[in-house]
Write a protein that binds this ligand. Structure first.
Ligand code: GRF
Length: 202
């Protein structure tokens, strides 16, 4: 299956998806890495790895206008599925209309807890002992689509948002590729179960 990965920055999740796609049994290939940030470092890595890239600044554009440009780039590359990976833009309802059901996102919390930004800060402030990440289907509402898989990560005494984020990121890198592979490979039946929550020994 032909997958586009959308990034806004480092692209470490994109890299994890890309390297996993090199396995011969992987049912997806990354055919495009696209960004709303022409300076996103992940674009350089994708290009160096021989993957087509596309970027356009969203500044000065309406959400819809940007998403129309993005949609065109996706069609130009015959993309079938979209994986958001550190993509920091809300998708327009029109985009979700045409790509919903074929778009995943990875979010650094155990949804439905802590939607939106600053998830690690919130988990620490709440005194949680467990954090984690979730792969979910993208819908028009931010971080609210059906959760496909989650990984738990212990919170350690003395953790800061930065130390926790770094640990959760490792779990993200491990969780996203198999979940995307299962998603593109499934028989498209709507009734798939949420993958068991897996403890990731970090
Ligand atoms: C990270 O905070 C990650 O938790 C979230 O997006 C941010 C950047 O990820 N998914 P990446 O390194 O650009 O993939």
């Amino acid at each position: 299956a032909r997958v586009a990965v959308l990034i806004s920055g480092t692209g470490s999740n994109m890299a994890a998806l890309l390297y996993a796609s090199r396995r011969e049994d992987c049912p997806y290939e990354i055919v495009l890495v696209a960004s709303n940030n022409p300076e996103a470092p992940g674009l350089n890595l994708a290009a160096a790895e021989g993957v087509a890239i596309w970027s356009h600044s969203h500044k000065g554009l309406t959400r819809l206008a940007f998403d129309e440009l993005l949609d065109e780039a996706l069609h130009d590359h015959d993309v079938e599925f979209v994986a958001l990976a550190g993509y920091m833009r809300l998708l327009s309802p029109d985009f979700v209309e045409s790509w919903g059901g074929r778009t995943l996102n990875i979010h650094p919390s155990l949804l439905p807890k802590y939607k939106g930004l600053h998830t690690h800060q919130a988990a620490l402030a709440a005194g949680d002992t467990v954090a984690g990440c979730s792969v979910h289907e993208v819908t028009a509402e931010l971080d609210a689509g059906p959760v496909l898989a989650q990984a738990e990560v212990a919170i350690l005494p003395g953790d800061t948002p930065e130390t926790l984020a770094a640990r959760v990121l490792i779990a993200e890198h491990q969780l996203y590729a198999p979940t995307l592979a299962a998603f593109v490979g499934r028989d498209r039946s709507p009734d798939y179960l949420v993958a068991k929550v897996r403890k990731v020994a970090i």
